[in-house]
Design a protein around this ligand. Sequence first.
Ligand code: ATP
Length: 235
Amino acid sequence: DAGETRLDVRDLHAWYGESHVLHGMTLNVGAGEIVTLIGRNGAGKTTTMRAIMGILRKREGAIRYRDVDIIALAPHKVPRLGIGYVPEERGIFASLSVTENLMLPPVTRQDGMSIEEIHTLFPNLKGRARTVGTRLSGGEQQMLAIARILRTGADFILLDEPTEGLAPVIVDQIAASLKVLKDRGLTILLVEQNLQFAAAIADRHYVVEQGAVIDEVANHALAANIDKLNAYLGV
Ligand code: ATP
């Protein structure tokens, strides 16, 4: 069913209190695609993810996942549809070991990835099984955060700046792991400032400015304009 729309966001508005932050965000993600949101700091990329997950409650517009209107759902019901969210701050248990992190909730569905599959996907985590979160490198923490979501059986994953602050060699490892996930049929919506990384893995990109999509860019066009886009983003 490649090409079928998984996530369909239309004319989404969202507010932090009285502050109107999303101004008619419209985007879609097809089954098996990797799509990125790019844009300057404060453009509304993280807010879009929080609004999709229902963590940010004050919203108007339409958010459909498969055929479910998820804007009407309580936030704890959204992951049960197979949608996983890895926030920028990662959300791992710092005082627990890698294995303990992988055994704890959210394990919301039966069809989650096994520990063995996680170790194949992220070999770094295998050697760190007994290491507590605080002693992991930034890259290992990011891998663990993604792994925890894969344990839930999520097949649609929202990833907020997974490469932020990571060394280039680790960024390449995460790119390779995300490509494996795509080959396995997972669908990914990614917030990303590292355009080299985005170009290496994504199919399409949306440019976000002031809480709305202002442009859609095919991956070949992004790859050909990285310097120009970096200047626009100010990175
Ligand atoms: P960044 O990469 O800096 O996170 P972003 O594109 O993800 O950028 P958002 O974090 O979504 O941007 O922020 C969008 C707007 O909402 C910004 O103007 C920001 O100041 C504002 N904002 C973000 N979080 C809150 C909050 N908790 N309360 C009020 N305003 C917020």
